[in-house]
Ligand binder design. Sequence first.
Ligand code: SAH
Length: 351
Amino acid sequence: MTDFYRMLPEEMEKMVIDMGYQRFRADQILYPLYYKFPKSISELKQLPTQMREKLVEQGYTIGSATETHRVTSEDGDTTKLLLTLSDGTPVETVLIQYEPTKLGGHPRSTICVSTQVGCAMQCVFCATGQMGFERNLKAEEIVAQVIHFAEFLQKRNQHVTNLVFMGMGEPLANYDETIRAVRILTHPRGFGIGQRNITISTIGIIPGIDRLAEEDLQIGLAISLHAPNDKLRKQLVPTAIPHSVEELIAAGRRYFKRTGRRVTFEYALIENINDSPQIARELASLLKGNGSHVNLIPINPTAGNFHRPSEKNVFEFERILRRSGVNCTVRVEKGSEISAACGQLRTDILI
Ligand code: SAH
């Protein structure tokens, strides 16, 4: 079985030609695939009946997920979908919308996709990390998450503007399938989203970062740092052992040098653990003069005993970084009441 959403446009063309059809038949599949969202090959009415039959016979299919549940936050800005994959595995995807800046403009619609079911990284404050690793998602299952929201938004006359690989799982631990999905989603004859509108967030798998820098892709990179030194980082990210904070920062610098894309360091702020002014100063001196950007994420509640610092402390942490010349923003919180915010995705919540 091969899902059409797994295929790059070039592969689609080759398939069509190998079957003895003309090249343009590939476009007659690709166009509906990314604009009309068909659920089966029988819906591709522009293709000759015989071709459709042949495709089915040869094991081609469309779609690897069905929507089984949907929740929307009270303000309507955040929507979480529970998709069920063909083997019955549930996976979560989140849409976060931000108000348009100009009157009458479209809202920014960011999809937060998952790359694995569960996660092996064990971050102590992350619900996905605590559920353990189940399996990698296939490229078509990553693409399916975006397609489901693209269809949802199309009905409202809106479209997907940004993609962040910040849902369940560690994208660089599922490297090949993640990159295949990125290539399909950014291909002008595929989904066609701009490479610059995509960010991959990683716990910091260095060989993966270096490989990504060589992909000739203009995607943004976010590295989940969470601590300015190895001792503290290992408490929060037990699997960080092979890579030191220093090595991570150097990898970020290499990525920036190679791609010209700014690297963001994500920092989940946890009360009494990594939020003191002293730690802020340590982080500031580590990142100073680096051109890096820090995104502070006041921790979202999960089952663990971790708390969000007071607003005053978040502000103070931010001020210390800024005063040292380190670019810094605090992540706008969306969707925590429907467990759709960073680190809250775990598939047993909805079922
Ligand atoms: N595995 C990747 C991507 C998924 S997590 C990574 O670690 O980057 C996306 C971001 O959410 C990471 O920065 C992660 O540290 C953060 N996060 C996880 N749990 C969180 C929580 N409870 N509150 C706030 N942010 C959290």
